[in-house]
Design a binder for this molecule. Structure first.
Ligand code: XMP
Length: 514
């Protein structure tokens, strides 16, 4: 929620995987932004006192039965609206224009010619056409009354349009993606030129409004699920700022952690940050429940459920806490499937939660991306080694062991992982590589060691670069480094005779293997 003195721009979500990118771009320009589903009522929208509303893209066709729509009254609120892709098509469809299926899907780069520079394309005033990113099958054929064309491309006669008298604008292309030249200045044309918003949103104003909101929502004792990763550490410190001594952090060792992790977390939070930390050794409990389970979603669900059961037990011990703080981020929310977007995988702290949970969730980072959380952590004064830790999934090594999780497979992947960590960090590539780890693939193959035949495990090394984990590319690690990692794993980890390097990006793969 925006602090009361701040301007707020709402993004209405029509099911695009990347809607939150729009909100994030708005925040990057210093304006608070939040997402609402497309069925939000006018009352709910006006209660948020928006300076402007952005309609997101989405995979549907406006003329299909059951396509997501919005209340037509939205365009009569007197609040400026910017429709992006599906958002433009929907606005035109509702206001009396005509949207049709294009001759072919237009996907990728296109050259935009600007016909009217005010108010969206002011930075394009001089110079020729610029590159924009298109991704659509439908297009607007006729504009509604009052609208005029503001830009076009070779394929698309109406690439931008608007009715300045009503403050309604639309873009067929995506200004939020980095492939669009000057996308930021187009959005800022809407934010500052049309909505007259003020760029007052900062991390410190976010802290202030979050602390206010947490205090309003939460009374009495609270527990926090602390894994020692960036997200849970930042959310814990933020909630600590709001509720102080009412917070107890719970660190659950589920036995699926990396080498040395458990003692490191305890040391940092108890000794360095002086926080109240309960360490629960639940290794046996998790392993027992995971015995023989091979399906990735089943593993995630079991771990999610067990986490919650442990927290419920701990909550009873800490004077009946009713609230559980989790470091859920926006990519976790979107990939676990939202009301409008499809399920990719159940992140343990979102989709893997049991339905009969007794604790109410407090998730202050739910709208943010990882790099925003790192900036927030720095602003909150967290040590750099926590702020810059690489992401580690809640279900831990269980989703890096294909097949069933056993003490032996855990030991193997943990030892291989420690070598990957040492080598990549030692080569000075730790900060520029988003994540790097070992996966036990569940594949066995034939090898020869000394004079003997072996039939042993294959370990995959995964290293990716990314900005926000929504997309990722495989890291171009130096070949010598890969060679060293391979020889060390085969030489030092018993039971491994082959190492492969994963060269798939996301999409089509995901970062984790399960
Ligand atoms: P994927 O594998 O979906 O992962 O590309 C995206 C990012 O999320 C992390 N990840 C998780 N984080 N709980 C978490 O807190 C989870 O269940 C989970 N699964 C994946 C993953 O490490 C990557 O950074």
């Amino acid at each position: 929620m925006a602090a009361l003195h701040e301007d707020n721009v709402i993004v209405m979500d029509f099911g695009a995987q990347y809607s939150q990118l729009i909100a994030r771009r708005v925040r990057e320009s210093g304006v608070h932004s939040e997402i609402v589903p497309h069925w939000a009522s006018l009352r709910d929208i006006m209660a948020r006192r928006p300076r402007g509303i952005i309609l997101s893209g989405g995979p549907s066709s406006v003329y299909q039965e059951g396509a997501p729509t919005c209340n037509p009254g939205l365009f009569e609120l007197g609040v400026p609206v910017l429709g992006i892709c599906y958002g433009l098509q929907l606005m035109c469809h509702i206001l009396g224009g005509r949207v049709v299926r294009g001759d072919h899907r237009e996907y990728g780069r296109a050259l935009l010619h600007v016909d009217e520079t005010e108010p969206l394309f002011t930075s394009w005033a001089s110079g020729g056409p610029r590159q924009v990113w298109m991704s659509h099958g439908d297009l607007v054929l006729d504009l509604p009354p009052g609208f005029r064309v503001m830009a076009h491309t070779g394929e698309c006669a109406i690439a931008a349009a608007g009715d300045p008298s009503r403050g309604l604008y639309g873009l067929q292309f995506h200004p939020e993606v980095s492939h669009t030249d000057q996308g930021r200045s187009i959005l800022e044309g809407f934010l500052f030129g049309v909505c007259q918003a003020s760029p007052t949103w900062t991390m410190s104003s976010f802290i202030e409004s979050s602390v206010e909101e947490i205090r309003r929502k939460v009374q009495g004792p609270v527990i926090s699920a602390l894994s020692g990763g960036v997200d849970s550490s930042v959310s814990t410190v933020l909630v600590h700022r709001a509720v102080g001594e009412n917070l107890t952090s719970i660190f659950v060792d589920h036995g699926l952690l990396r080498k040395g992790e458990s003692s490191q977390v305890i040391q940092t939070f108890r000794e360095r940050l002086g926080m109240r930390l309960v360490h629960v050794d639940a290794r046996e409990r998790f392993l027992r429940r995971l015995e023989g389970v091979t399906d990735p979603e089943a593993k995630r669900k079991i771990i999610g459920e067990q986490f919650i059961r442990v927290f419920e037990e701990e909550a009873r011990k800490t004077g009946g806490a009713r609230y559980l703080v989790q470091g859920t981020l926006y990519p976790d929310v979107i990939e676990s499937g939202t009301a409008t977007a499809a399920l990719i995988k159940s992140h343990h702290n979102v989709g893997g939660l049991p339905e009969d949970m007794e604790l109410e969730l407090v998730e202050p980072l739910r709208d943010l991306f990882k790099d925003e959380v790192r900036a927030l952590g720095t602003e909150l004064g967290l040590p750099a080694e926590i702020v810059w830790r690489q992401p580690f999934p809640g279900p831990g090594l269980a989703v890096r062991i294909i097949g069933s999780v056993t003490p032996e497979s855990l030991e193997l992947v943990r030892a291989a992982d420690a070598i990957v960590q040492e080598e990549i960090t030692g080569a000075g590539l730790g900060k520029t590589t988003w994540q790097f780890f070992a996966v036990l693939t569940g594949l066995k193959s034939v090898g020869v060691m000394g004079d003997d035949r072996t039939y042993a495990n294959t370990v995959a090394v995964r290293a990716v670069t990314s900005e926000d984990a929504m997309t990722a590319d495989w890291a171009r690690l130096p070949l010598d480094l890969l060679g060293r990692i391979s020889s060390r794993i085969v030489g030092e980890v018993p039971g491994v005779n082959r190492v492969v390097y994963d060269i798939t990006s996301k999409p089509p793969a995901t970062i984790e293997w399960e």
